[in-house]
Ligand binder design. Structure first.
Ligand SMILES: Cc1cc2nc3c(=O)[nH]c(=O)nc-3n(C[C@H](O)[C@H](O)[C@H](O)COP(=O)(O)O)c2cc1C
Length: 136
């Protein structure tokens, strides 16, 4: 049974490219083995991540991620069964959230993931994806 899990969190301290690089490196190695795909949006001191995969695998990874000291205030936004993956080919894509991004300015000007609904967050991820060149 496939599920999609969406969570948000706040970065602890400065998130440098080294930190992001090490997160993505372990994500890409581990996710491929665990059959997990998804996207990590990061920037403005925030993370928004979507994890897709078998329910047990996603739950196991999420339990690891919430204990990770590189972020805090981890908040589960949604978890649902899915028939197909949105990101079948991406073990973990990476998209930067920048306040200078016209998508943020025009479509999500008062963007605060901690008050946004799941629908708004999924729409933001879609908008970022349509206009960014995700690294995967
Ligand atoms: C915001 C964030 C997202 C993460 N996403 C993933 C992920 O998708 N897959 C993964 O294996 N680890 C991810 N991690 C890292 C895990 O928390 C954990 O450090 C890692 O799985 C341990 O890998 P290692 O055993 O190779 O050190 C993430 C960490 C953070 C802070």
């Amino acid at each position: 049974m496939l599920i999609r899990l969406l969570y948000i969190s706040r970065a602890k301290g400065a998130i440098t490219t080294t930190v992001t690089g090490s997160i993505l490196e372990s994500a890409r190695v581990h996710n491929r083995v665990a059959g997990i795909t998804g996207i990590l949006c990061q920037g403005q001191g925030l993370f928004i991540q979507i994890l897709e995969g078998e329910r047990s695998s996603v739950n196991r990874l999420y339990a690891t991620i919430i204990k990770d000291k590189r972020h805090q205030d981890v908040e589960l936004v949604g978890l649902e069964e899915i028939q197909t993956r949105q990101f079948p080919n991406w073990s973990m894509a990476h998209v930067i959230i920048s306040e200078n991004d016209p998508i943020i300015q025009l479509k999500h000007p008062e963007f605060d993931p901690f008050t946004a609904t799941k629908t708004q967050l999924l729409a933001l991820v879609d908008d970022l994806l349509m206009n960014a060149s995700p690294i995967h």
